[in-house]
Design a protein around this ligand. Structure first.
Ligand code: ZN
Length: 746
């Protein structure tokens, strides 16, 4: 299989190679591709002296009705205008409206590749239902009122997932305005209709488990980059949100347990004495999770059907969103984590169906995530970090996320399921940093949160779970995608809704790119400092791609424009070939005899039809070159004498290797060369990517060695995502033997 692919690539490669001499400007600066720096966002990638962002505070009261699986709510939003602009109207996001049967999202729902939908010879009932959107479900927000602070109706207009609220008079800079919205909506069955939030019904004990988000009208972002970010929510491009403080009252059946963004304000009203006492102990439990509700207690609670309700009160400061989970089924464990001068609680909420996997792994994964991410970005600033078990999704919100990973009915699970569950938890908890704190515009750029998050996720997995097979991050994990059909690819710098192959484009490729920067281009010391600087500069702010690109260069003194240009703005891949290795020694040249020694050359048919002679062996007799005295004109005005004899003596017994490299894939990269010597020893050296700056297609370089070389291999540790390993070897035959060895080991 591997070989077949390689042959295919070898045949296709000449087609993708640009004509010789064409200058592709891979080392030109990004220039006009980036916005002009200003006093809001500086050329260094930091927020400027006039940087501003809006703020929205929320007071929300919501009732979750278990009998009808619906939500009723009201809120007061206080919106602060820190922009220099008068605002005549405000835009509010009504994300639930994508669940309306007539929504744009429903009409264009696609398979994530380049099809909207297509017929098959055979469709399952579920597929047919999805195809016809045959769901008996009345979705979308029913807005019942929009009023000003005195209760007077405010004129408004709903356009899909956005609502414009017209202000009686413009909101001036530094002004604030409060208004109220009342609404209700039906919560959908997430198992059937997908979605980031919803409920799961458990027929055995007739209970619902709610994971609730996008449940309230939320302020759209107004900034100096987009103005109002009111691009419709179509399903892929996630959310763009302002920071603010939240006070949220959640009224649920009295026997429900609730997990939410923020700190619980009224423990004494909603928890038992026993639970409060256990919580106190958990706050001192740094080594392992402590049960607040045990599995036995959660099972007993499943058969309860309280007619009463209780209100759980939460407060969250400086968050961009709020989500919660509620059920009778929750087991609850908690562990304290020391992060800088704070002690956040890592907690998990899960039904018995998640065990034993969840009690063993969930909270532990939360702890590992907080510690590792804090090291590479900023200290986790919030009081809690919660992982909630949900059957089919991984989805993130501030301080809380919903994660899948359920053992079989008998509680058994494979290693693969264990690893996938831990990965999802690390990933979703990791989203607290990107984008919940380093608050990029998800509607515009999926990679800015998913890519950066997948990268730190991968670092966390490698540091905390060395036995885990890592799915993203290391360069070699993206090779299969990079060498696939370019028709099925878009550059990373593509708007969230136009991405095809979402996981590879917005998660895998940027994560691998950052890994290449860290391991190969910048080195961990410079990379880690710059990456942390980016996180520090943009924590609780709204960064853009340019802010990231510029900061990484600003803090490291490495010009990375070539990397951003190639890896983020194109679909080119890395395929560096070592085309020829010629061995020389000092001596009397015998040109004629040596030139005829082309016995080992073979003819390779090129796709264009012409043939070209290509030597695939190192010449086994050295070519020779002579040294003559240096011309006097090089001696310089101070009469420094070049000692030709000494120079000659220094090189007398050296082996000279002239190596020709070519760029077959389009992307430039550092060239990592492993030399194997006659005596079996090896040596690796690295040329920076700038070695391509004068000729982006090919270059020749001479290497002077003490010992005779028998083999050359480039990218020996597979750290540059080179898509074609065969031409990384010289002689080419080394590829075959390496490949056989891998087969033996495997
Ligand atoms: Zn994600």
């Amino acid at each position: 299989m591997i070989r077949r692919l390689i042959i295919l690539i070898a045949v296709l490669a000449p087609l993708s190679v640009f004509s010789q001499g064409e200058w592709n400007q891979k080392f030109e600066q990004l220039g006009t591709d980036l916005p002009t720096p200003n006093t809001y966002r500086t050329a260094s990638g930091a927020p400027g002296k006039d940087y501003w962002q809006q703020r929205a505070d929320y007071k929300i009261a919501v009732t979750l009705k278990d009998e009808t699986q619906s939500i009723e709510g009201e809120e007061t939003i206080t919106y602060y205008n820190y922009s220099p602009d008068d605002l005549k109207y405000l835009w509010v996001q009504l994300d639930q409206n994508i669940r309306d049967q007539n929504s744009e999202a429903v009409q264009i729902d696609s398979d994530g590749l380049n099809r909207v939908s297509q017929m098959k010879k055979e469709l399952s009932g579920k597929q047919l239902q999805a195809l016809g959107r045959d769901f008996d479900f009345d979705g979308g927000f029913k807005i019942t009122s929009v009023t000003d602070s005195e209760g007077k109706d405010l004129p408004n207009l709903i356009n899909g997932t956005m609502m414009r609220i017209d202000l009686p008079e413009p909101l001036v800079p530094q002004g604030e305005v409060s208004f109220n919205i009342k609404w209700k909506y039906n919560v959908q069955d997430r198992m059937n209709m997908r979605g980031r939030s919803g409920y799961e019904y458990f027929p055995e004990d007739e209970n619902y488990l709610y994971t609730i988000a996008q449940f309230y009208p939320r302020m759209a972002v107004y900034d100096n980059v987009e103005g109002w970010q009111n691009k419709q929510f179509l399903g892929n491009g996630e959310f763009t949100l302002e920071f603010g403080d939240f006070e949220v009252d959640l009224t649920v059946p009295a026997d429900f347990v609730v997990a939410a963004t923020g700190s619980l304000q009224n423990e004494t009203d909603v928890l038992t004495m026993k639970q409060m006492d256990r919580m106190k102990k958990a706050r001192k439990s740094f080594e392992k999770p402590f049960f607040i509700i045990t599995e036995e207690e959660a099972k007993a609670n499943e058969s309860s059907r309280s007619k009463e309700s209780k209100t759980w009160k939460f407060k969250a400061e400086n968050v961009r969103d709020f989500a919660f989970a509620a059920s009778r089924k929750f087991i609850w464990d908690a562990q304290a984590v020391k992060i800088g001068d704070k002690t956040p609680m890592a907690m998990s909420f899960y039904p018995k169906e998640g065990n034993p996997l969840w009690e063993l792994e969930s909270t532990k994964a939360v702890v590992n995530t907080l510690k590792t991410y804090s090291k590479y970005t900023i200290d986790y600033p919030y009081p809690v970090a919660i992982s909630v078990h949900s059957a089919s999704i991984g989805m993130e919100y501030p301080m809380i996320c919903f994660n899948w990973g359920r053992p079989d009915a008998d509680g058994k699970y494979t290693d693969a399921k264990k690893w996938r569950t831990i990965m999802v938890i690390i990933h979703e908890v990791g989203h607290n940093f990107f984008p919940m704190i380093i608050n990029s515009d998800e509607r515009q750029w999926t990679w800015m949160d998913e890519g950066l998050n997948s990268f730190v996720e991968s670092v966390t997995e490698r540091e905390c779970y060395p036995d885990m097979p890592v799915r993203r991050g290391p360069a070699k994990t993206i090779v299969k995608y990079m060498k696939s059909d370019k028709e099925m690819m878009r550059p990373i710098m593509t708007n969230s809704e136009q991405i095809i192959q979402f996981g590879n484009n917005a998660y895998g490729k940027p994560a691998a790119g950052l890994d290449i920067l860290r391991q190969t281009v910048m080195g961990p010391e410079l990379f880690d400092y710059a990456f942390k600087e980016y996180a520090t500069r943009w924590a609780f702010k709204h960064p853009t791609p340019a802010d990231f690109f510029r900061t990484m260069e600003d803090a490291s003194a490495i010009d990375l424009d070539w990397f951003w240009k190639g890896w983020f703005y194109t679909t080119d891949n890395v395929d560096i070939s070592v085309d020829k290795v010629t061995w020389f020694q000092m001596g009397i040249p015998e040109p004629e005899e040596l030139e005829n020694k082309a016995k080992r050359s073979r003819k390779i048919k090129k796709s264009g039809g012409e043939t070209e002679s290509m030597t695939t062996q190192i010449n086994d007799e050295p070519k020779t070159f002579s040294v003559k005295d240096t011309d006097k004109k090089y001696y310089g005005e101070f009469m420094n004498v070049i000692d030709d004899k000494k120079i000659m003596m220094n090189h007398e017994n050296k082996q000279f290797y002239e190596v020709k490299f070519s760029n077959q894939g389009g992307l430039v990269m550092p060239v990592i060369i492993k030399w194997t010597y006659e005596d079996g020893t090896e040596e690796t050296e690295k040329l920076p990517a700038e070695v391509w700056r004068m000729n982006e297609q090919e270059f020749t370089k001479v290497f002077i060695k003490d010992k005779k070389v028998v083999g050359v291999q480039i990218d020996p540790l597979e750290e540059t995502a080179d898509v074609n390993p065969e031409n990384n070897f010289f002689p080419r035959s080394l590829y075959e033997s390496e490949f056989d060895e891998v087969k033996k080991e495997g």
